[in-house]
Design a protein around this ligand. Structure first.
Ligand code: TNX
Length: 512
């Protein structure tokens, strides 16, 4: 087996090697890739069938949905495989132990493609790989000519970290359900399995809460720059959760507190210590708002909100914010979270929060999210020593809202400029002092939206850095190789073009 990170052969690119190279261009790079030495390929035709067993049916339908627009083929999904092959087979069952719950094994030969995994999440990951084994035109939403070939060979693959996340800030600027769905489709391509939604901040409250209706009618009515804002009704949010779940992505909803709460404070005067509601806020300063720590109503508010949010959320986690509470004293901050943490845990969810919430010493089941810019943090080191798992999103590496360089028209730069090599060039398993790989649950790439208003903006900041962070989260460190990555990244560009995904043409990459 050649390591997935191997660069394409330097020898003359005969037909055979061109096919081979597609197999070693996958992002995130698989654990092991073995192109078939005898060459050969599978060719998708109008007669190809997607064969699934019962538990694989939904992934089969998803795959058919991905392949139908560009091929124009019928691609029936079901149980009966034609005897003459020409089948993409998705099967749940026994696989090698190392493949685990999220991995898969893929074999392709002249007769078809055979994808196996222990779970549908593993099959889904394998389907994302299969997409990249097909020509870039497969990503087109309009019919293309083909030929639709998959190089013959074998891939065995499984993730380095189980929690691979992207965050979207829908508070600073509101993004419609369709815009969020479009980002979900894009992150799914790179085997991201969590979407953290930052649902409330100073500038806007974006999720319907029946017991506190002004949160959305008033608190959701604007955004940075004074635009109309918006919010998700509970039905819209359930639909988003279901859409994400079909793509094996779990939504992690965040309500930020006790800071970043101006939208709530503006919606309910009684939440303010002085009983006076501040005006809505449309600027981009941080750290000026706080819930009133000594008022009982604060905790009724938090409990109501988290209860409704937990009812809405089938996923494992609730995110309770906790960052940049500059308007809350340390003792107040601790007092606040010592009351809020049991409320959140009492709802049957695991609690995640920005790493400052470690000041209140949450239980070891809590998941602190590190967002600092240094490679040492005492709170996080001590939590890891106590047994907490850590989610890593160092701002100077993974913040997709940071500018690429001084000329980037969008984004901020407080954590520095982040070019592609910077986003790719760190090891999550050996990054934070006192946080060994075994203490790392995963990696997240947050996208704050002070400067972002459209899907085009989201894509410009996320591509190509999101695939870089996704590879750090999925691929074994032994495959880490900048030269290989930049070659493979270049090969993604035609796919993004076919799919209509905007991206930043980093000068570090030799784009085709
Ligand atoms: C810091 S990082 C924030 C956000 C801002 C972001 C902008 C963190 C936990 N809080 O409130 O949107 O910087 O980059």
């Amino acid at each position: 087996a050649v390591g997935g990170a191997g660069a394409p052969s330097a020898a003359a690119p005969d037909h055979h090697q061109v096919k081979e190279s597609r197999m070693i261009q996958v992002i995130p790079t698989p654990v092991s890739v073995t192109p078939d030495r005898d060459g050969g390929e599978f060719r998708l035709t109008p007669a190809t069938v997607i064969e699934t067993d019962r538990g694989a049916r939904q992934v089969g339908e998803y795959l058919a949905g991905v392949l139908r627009p560009a091929t124009g083929y019928r691609l029936p999904v079901g149980g009966d495989s034609p005897r003459d092959g020409n089948t993409i087979s998705l099967k749940l069952g026994r696989v090698a132990d190392e493949i685990g719950d999220q991995g898969y094994e893929l074999r392709a030969d002249r007769r078809g493609v055979d994808l196996r995994a222990r779970t549908s999440a593993g099959l889904f990951a394998g389907v994302q790989t299969l997409r990249q084994l097909l020509p870039a035109e497969i990503e087109s939403r309009e019919q293309r000519r083909g030929p639709w070939t998959v190089p013959a060979g074998r891939i065995v693959d499984h993730p380095r970290f189980e929690y691979r996340s992207a965050m979207l800030d829908v508070s600073r600027h509101f993004f419609s359900p369709d815009e969020v769905k479009s980002y979900i489709d894009q992150i799914a391509l790179y085997k991201i399995n969590r979407l953290h939604l930052h649902l409330a901040d100073d500038q806007g409250w974006r999720i319907q809460i029946d017991s506190w209706p002004n949160l959305t009618t008033h608190g959701g009515s604007t955004e940075v720059g004074g635009g109309p804002g918006g919010f998700y009704t509970k039905d819209e949010f359930r639909d988003l959760i279901a859409y994400a779940a079909q793509r094996h992505i779990e939504i992690v909803p965040e309500i930020d507190m006790p800071g970043h709460t101006n939208a709530a404070l503006s919606s309910y005067a009684e939440l303010n210590c002085d009983g006076v509601a501040p005006p809505l806020y449309t600027g981009i300063e941080v750290g000026f708002s706080s819930l009133c720590i000594d008022k009982e109503i604060t905790y009724r508010f938090v409990e109501d909100v988290l209860t409704e949010l937990a009812e809405l959320t089938p996923g494992e986690y609730l995110h309770i914010g906790g960052d940049e509470a500059h308007a809350t004293s340390d003792p107040d901050y601790i007092k606040f979270f010592q009351r809020v943490l049991p409320i959140a845990e009492g709802l049957g969810k695991k609690v995640t929060g920005w790493h400052e919430f470690l000041k209140a010493t949450p239980s070891t089941s809590a998941l602190p999210q590190y967002w600092g810019t240094t490679d040492a943090n005492e709170l996080v080191r001590d939590a890891a020593a106590r047994g907490n798992k850590i989610l890593l999103s160092p701002a100077n590496k993974t913040y997709l809202d940071m500018k690429y360089d001084e000329n980037t028209p969008l984004g901020l730069s407080w954590a520095g400029y982040i070019e592609v090599d910077e986003a790719y060039g760190w090891n999550p398993g050996d990054y934070l002092d006192g946080v060994p790989e075994s203490a790392v649950l995963g990696v997240e790439a947050p996208l704050w939206a002070e400067t972002l208003e459209t899907s085009d903006h989201i894509e410009f900041m996320a591509f190509p850095r999101l695939p870089a962070v996704a590879e750090l989260a999925w691929s074994p460190w032994s495959t880490h190789d900048w030269e290989s990555f930049r070659t493979r990244l270049a090969a993604q560009a035609p796919r993004w073009e076919q799919a209509g995904i905007n991206f930043y043409r980093s000068p570090q990459i030799d784009w085709p």
